[in-house]
Structure formats: C-alpha cells, structure tokens
Design a protein around this ligand. Structure first.
Ligand SMILES: Cc1cc2nc3c(=O)[nH]c(=O)nc-3n(C[C@H](O)[C@H](O)[C@H](O)COP(=O)(O)O)c2cc1C
Length: 168
C-alpha cells in the first residue's frame, strides 16, 4: 500500500509499505522507528494509505485516512520473531533513511550483526516495530466505463460511521 505522511511544515512524503494485517482496529505495517517516515509520523500523527487493484472489476481503489499509533512491544516482538533470519539481521544492520556512503558499508554492518548474533536468536531491535493506522475515513472507488466511476465514502464522526457517495 502507499503510505503518505507529512511533517510539521506540511511537507508530504509517500512510499510503499507492506500491509501486514487489517482488522476492526485498523491497518498495521512494520518499519524502522528512526526512519524518515517515523520522524514525520512523530511530528504529525495523521496519515493516508492508498491501494489500487487494476485487474479487479474495472479497477478498484481504496483510500484510507486516519491517525497513527505504535503497536505494543509484544505485538512487534511476535511479528519480528516470525520473520526470516536475514530480515531480522537486516533490521539491525540498516539505519533506514540514513545516508549510505557505499554498499560495502552496509555489507560490513550485516557481517557485524551476523557475528554478534552468531548461532543465537536475534532479538527485535528497539528501533523496529509496528504502527496501527486507525481510520476515520475510507473510500472505495470502483471503476466503470466512460469514467462513470462509483465512489463510496465511509466517515467516522463521534464514533459513528456514516456512508455517502461522491461524484467521480
Ligand atoms: C513492495 C514494497 C514493500 C515495502 N515494504 C516496506 C515495509 O513493510 N516497511 C518498510 O519500512 N519499508 C518498506 N518498503 C520500503 C519503503 O518503500 C521505503 O523505501 C522505506 O520504508 C524508507 O522510507 P522512508 O525513508 O520514507 O522512511 C517497501 C518497498 C516496496 C517497494
């Protein structure tokens, strides 16, 4: 999914992240808590998500907006423990979003953490974990011929979801 964040000055940034789970509480993804996106989230804890399925029906888009909080440490631990060892080492070795002088520097860090955790389990780095996007607006966009698309928007006000339609 596309995750859009903004900093305190209104500068907007978007990137793809893996939607790890979705339930009644919202949408979860995992990342580095010291990355650029995490810095923006800390400054401005309101985000947007966007999904696109080109081949579903005549095309489907889902747009989500809401606030964002960190998931519990226990939840991050559980997901981290389920990841392949290479990804676990990568989470330690990559100070995400920081300048990298050359690829060799990254490889050296990977080798360093492989040595450090040699043979043993890899604990979750404190700077890695999940976020939960708690939606207050979700729009389903269904493509239709002649651009007569359908847009259905659900909006949560005072804890109550309302459904409405929008001109395409
Ligand atoms: C298909 C795909 C999936 C990705 N999934 C994740 C993810 O789940 N978590 C993550 O931190 N970065 C993920 N990335 C990398 C991000 O797009 C991005 O490069 C990275 O998180 C750094 O973003 P930032 O500097 O804005 O914080 C993914 C990239 C692609 C193309």
């Amino acid at each position: 999914m596309t995750l859009a964040t903004a900093d305190a000055h209104g500068r907007v940034s978007a990137r793809i992240v893996l939607l790890k789970s979705v339930d009644v509480d919202g949408f979860r993804f995992f990342t580095n808590y010291e990355s650029d996106k995490a810095a923006q989230i800390a400054e401005h804890p309101q985000v947007a998500l966007c999904f696109h399925w080109k081949l579903l029906r005549e095309g489907v888009q889902v747009r989500v907006e809401g606030d964002i909080v960190k998931v519990s440490a226990a939840e991050s631990d559980a997901y981290f423990a389920s990841r392949p060892r290479g990804s676990q080492i990568g989470a330690w070795a990559s100070p995400q979003s920081q300048p990298l002088p050359d690829r060799g520097a990254f490889e050296a860090r990977i080798a360093e953490f492989e040595r450090r955790f040699d043979g043993g389990p890899v604990p979750r780095p404190p700077h890695w974990g999940g976020y939960l996007v708690r939606p207050d607006r979700i729009e389903f966009w269904y493509g239709a011929r002649f651009r007569l698309h359908e847009r259905v928007r659900y909006e949560k006000t005072d804890g109550v979801w309302m459904r409405g339609m929008l001109y395409p």
